[in-house]
Design a protein around this ligand. Structure first.
Ligand SMILES: Nc1ncnc2c1ncn2[C@@H]1O[C@H](COP(=O)(O)OP(=O)(O)OP(=O)(O)O)[C@@H](O)[C@H]1O
Length: 211
């Protein structure tokens, strides 16, 4: 599942009601994690919403978002090839764990059942496929959300405080597993967080938002 994607953010500027909110220039190579930090209200979630394709109409944005040299900022969200990991794992409650993992897989993906089982085994959840997601712990849900994201074969990943509801040391272990898997998959990732430890553990560059 190793890929070599690159996400380039060129002179991104976002304003709210005519006032500048944030500006950013960055390049994220295969397997790299860029962390964006900033106080509450500095625009971290807004930046991710812009990159993912669901910026609220109250904002004005300019700049270029290049994924593998293709400008994606005018494409609809579902055609951008971006995977998202939020604070809430947002598992579909009406699907089993395996159903959640199969959900975003490319239609033509071979041996879906085998890949789902292998993905679960990779994160210590072998045999959990038929479980109802409501019966999982917070850390288990986070691991299912990660593998659902990877099986969808994104070209880049955005993470919005994905560890903030987990207690330490579970937080530490989950964070390690997520960053290791993203690195192994060769995906460029952008993490936004308040947490200095999350940022340092991500192992990449850290940018502080602010004009
Ligand atoms: N839909 C919206 N319409 C108008 N203003 C908004 C909207 N969403 C957010 N804002 C404002 O935009 C600014 C940036 O908000 P954003 O949620 O991006 O900050 P953040 O850095 O992610 O904060 P936090 O760390 O608290 O999640 C804030 O001033 C917020 O009030």
């Amino acid at each position: 599942m190793n890929t070599h994607h690159r996400l380039v953010l060129k002179d991104i500027r976002i304003a709210l009601a005519g006032s500048p909110l944030l500006s950013l220039d960055a390049e994220i190579g295969p397997g790299e994690v860029l962390t964006v930090m900033g106080p509450s209200g500095s625009g971290k979630s807004t930046l991710l919403a812009y990159l993912a394709g669901f910026l609220a109409p109250a904002f004005q944005a300019s700049g270029q978002v290049l994924l593998d040299e293709r400008e994606i900022s005018r494409l609809p969200a579902e055609r951008r090839g971006i995977g998202l990991l939020f604070q809430d794992p947002l598992l579909f409650p009406h699907l089993s764990v395996a159903g959640n993992l199969r959900f975003g897989m490319p239609r033509a993906a071979p041996d879906k059942a085998g890949r789902v089982e292998a993905a679960l085994a990779q994160v210590g959840l072998g045999g959990f496929g038929q479980r109802d997601p409501a019966t999982l712990s917070g850390g288990q849900k986070a691991r299912v959300a990660l593998m659902r994201l990877l099986l969808a074969e994104p070209c880049a990943v955005l993470l919005d405080e994905p560890f903030s509801t987990l207690d330490r040391p579970l937080r530490h272990d989950t964070r390690r597993l997520v960053f290791d898997r993203l690195r192994e998959a060769g995906l460029p990732s952008l993490l936004v967080t308040h947490d200095r430890e999350d940022a340092e553990d991500a192992g990449g560059r850290i940018i502080e938002l602010g004009f």
